[in-house]
Design a protein around this ligand. Structure first.
Ligand SMILES: [Zn+2]
Length: 105
């Protein structure tokens, strides 16, 4: 499996993993911080939106940008800006391409 795809799986349903980690990194805002900074969890699972049982708060939300894009150090990846940037490019930049109008005022 693509290592970035494999790593991306750690960004959801990761409560147990993050609670066992000291540091975590955010693939969205490229922040690296202590897992104790995480204050919010979501149960949203895009694969199982119709299943209320998944709303158990098992996925961490980034305390800085609010994204479900956190990976704990226990996942086994080097939480470096370089790694997080690669994850960011693989998963988020395509959705951020907002074309601004070209016309001049
Ligand atoms: Zn973030």
């Amino acid at each position: 499996m693509n290592p970035l795809l494999e790593a991306h799986r750690h960004t959801s349903k990761n409560r147990e993993e993050l609670e066992g980690s000291k540091l975590c990194g955010c693939c969205c805002c490229i922040g690296i911080f202590k897992t104790t900074e995480i204050v919010a969890w979501t149960g949203l699972d895009i694969d199982q939106l119709d299943n209320p049982e998944t709303a158990g708060g098992e996925t961490a939300l980034c305390p800085r940008c609010g994204s479900e894009a956190l990976i704990g150090d226990r996942a086994g990846y080097a939480l470096t800006p370089d790694f997080l940037n690669k994850m960011n490019q693989a998963w988020y930049q395509t959705t951020r391409r907002i074309k601004l109008p070209d016309r001049q005022a």
